[in-house]
Write a new protein. Structure first.
Lengths: 372, 202
């Protein structure tokens, strides 16, 4: 159980009362009372939330507090003590000790107070309701990874000729314009033009990529030009060695992830691959009727990966249908973030199954683009 | 959709996008500066944040927009890697409040922009002092004042010399802040002019 969970579950009212008493004991400004309050609080934490004591170890804070005590002995009051060649004041040291004790007390109280809610709970609380600032925060939290990427790109691709200040100014103006365009896009995108969303969902190795590839070709041959990315696996015997990224529109491929050499679990991703994939997704949303995005999994369930390019506002795009490959264990979380899928299909790479799926999609679109 | 709803949507859309931009700046550049322990990194980030808020006011001059962007950016900062986030979140909110107050009367004037920048950057030092008073009590201020007096005496300077040093530091912060404010105003105007030329601005 985490420190936060323990603090929340054990004696919350008793701890709150103890905290109030300890704060009250600080008011007279007496070192003995303040020290007693600190002892009471540390004992309470030891009994009720021992793991929180570890969080009280913050060396910079204690180093700074120690310096304050010494400075108080040196600076405040008349010197009446000798520490070797240094003359110190006992009243100054007492004042410093009082500051130190109070500091640790307040620090201990804030550590406990901060443990009452996790970050996730706080974010869930502020983004729970769809109104005004709460919605703005929810949207902004999704935009941050992409804007961080834009900041990185602005730095990476900056013009390297001409005066430095002028280049900085040009890049900043570009960034502000791009952000203002995003804001405009947020208000302009009509909900009725939202593309339909279909998921092909299953566990790893169940054939999602093959199904998406086959379905993409079938739908493209029936009038829905496809774009986006596939993420085929590279095998080493029975073992997955890595992933490739494949541009659906052009067939261009690049290496994306390699299994970690020091571990049986997890992959090392090529950082530029995310940007490359995001660019293909943006282009497909802008220019293609069918967007295919493969391998939405744990990274996307955490709000990152390919999800950021899917969440971006994109006014005036031609995308009518999204076909997403989604890991079964991440489906619920991705739906929570992206919105529900209208159809969730099981991976089925056989051509008869693909034909059947194409018919269902045609019914969903109710258009002539996918004739029977 | 009625006009009031449309205006409200427009307002919060700008708050979301620019709050996310400021949040991204804090999460990336801010974390980088803090991890390198660059001196005056708080003042640098405050200057950048103020410049951004003032630039946005040239595009979205509505009252309250700086505060709304600060609120969103502070929420975005909560996803920042690293343990200590409460201090930066409070700083973002306080800076946006100060910029909002400074731009309340004339959001596009140069004087207001310079004042807003100066206030936001000065806040970084004030916040350090305030947080130390919260943690250690009022004695910490007494300690600093005594230190200043002792240093002045040991250097055989007038007791007021310490105050001059403080005034010099404050003046440097004010110059940094007002320059950032004026630069933000210039960048915002350039961006708005370019958007008008593109026909994108409403």
């Amino acid at each position: 159980m985490t420190a936060a969970a323990i603090a929340r579950r054990r004696f919350p009212i008793a701890l709150a009362l103890t905290a109030a008493i300890c704060v009250g004991m600080q008011f007279p400004g007496r070192l003995d009372l303040s020290a007693l309050a600190l002892m009471i609080w540390l004992t309470a934490l030891t009994v009720a939330a021992r793991p929180l004591l570890r969080r009280l170890w913050y060396p910079r804070f204690y180093a700074f507090s120690g310096v304050l005590v010494l400075l108080s002995g040196l600076v405040l009051g008349e010197p009446d003590l000798a520490l070797g060649p240094i003359a110190l004041s006992s009243s100054g040291l007492r004042a410093g000790a009082l500051m130190l004790v109070r500091g640790i007390q307040i620090f201990g109280l804030t550590v406990w107070a901060a443990s009452l809610y996790t970050r996730g709970e706080m974010q869930a609380a502020v983004t729970a309701e769809r109104a005004g600032w709460r919605l703005a925060i929810a949207v902004a939290l999704r935009l941050v990874p992409d804007l961080a990427e834009k900041l990185h790109a602005a730095w990476r691709d900056r013009d390297r000729s001409g005066p430095r200040l002028a280049r900085l100014e040009t890049a900043t103006v570009g960034l502000i314009r791009a952000t203002a365009d995003i804001a405009e896009g947020l208000t302009r995108q009509p909900s009725t033009s939202s593309p339909r969303r279909i998921a092909v969902s299953g566990p790893s190795g169940s054939g999602k990529t093959t199904t998406l590839r086959g379905l993409g070709r079938l739908l493209a041959s029936r009038g829905l030009p496809a774009g986006g990315i596939l993420q085929p696996v590279e095998h080493d015997g029975d073992r997955r060695r890595g992933y490739w990224l494949e541009d659906v529109a052009t067939g261009e491929r690049r290496e994306f992830a390699r299994r970690r050499t020091d571990s049986d679990r997890g992959f090392d991703f090529e950082p530029d691959g995310w940007g490359w994939a995001a660019q293909r997704i943006r282009e497909a949303r802008r220019d293609r009727a069918l967007l295919i995005v493969d391998e939405l999994g744990k990274v996307e369930a955490g709000g990152g990966g390919h999800l950021t390019a899917l969440m971006e506002p994109a006014a005036g795009g031609r995308d009518r249908l999204w076909l997403c490959g989604v890991r079964h264990d991440a489906l619920a979380e991705i739906e929570r973030q992206l919105g529900p899928f209208e159809l969730v299909l099981a991976p089925a790479p056989e051509s008869a199954d693909l034909d059947r799926y194409a018919q269902r999609i045609a019914l969903l679109l109710r258009g002539p683009e996918v004739p029977p | 959709m009625d006009a009031a709803t449309s205006r409200r949507q427009h307002f919060w859309a700008h708050a979301a996008a620019f709050g996310a931009l400021w949040g991204a700046l804090e999460v990336t550049f801010g974390s980088f500066l803090h991890s390198l322990r660059v001196p005056l990194s708080g003042a640098m980030l405050a200057a950048l944040g103020a410049a951004l808020l003032i630039a946005v006011r040239q595009i979205e001059p509505r009252r309250g927009s700086s505060l709304a962007i600060g609120l969103v950016a502070a929420a975005c900062k909560s996803i920042s890697p690293g343990g200590i986030i409460v201090g930066p979140m409070v700083a973002i909110l306080a800076e946006s409040l100060l910029v909002e107050l400074a731009l309340l009367a004339r959001p596009r004037s140069a004087i207001a922009a310079a004042l807003a920048g100066a206030l936001a950057v000065s806040w970084t030092v004030s916040q350090k002092l305030i947080s130390q008073v919260v943690f250690f009590g009022g004695d910490v201020i007494k300690l600093y004042l005594e230190m200043l007096a002792k240093i002045a005496r040991s250097l055989r300077l007038d007791a007021a010399a310490g105050w001059w040093v403080l005034a010099l530091v404050a003046a440097i912060l004010v110059v940094i802040g007002s320059s950032a404010g004026l630069w933000g105003r210039r960048v915002g105007r350039l961006a708005q002019t370019a958007r008008m030329a593109d026909g994108a601005a409403a």
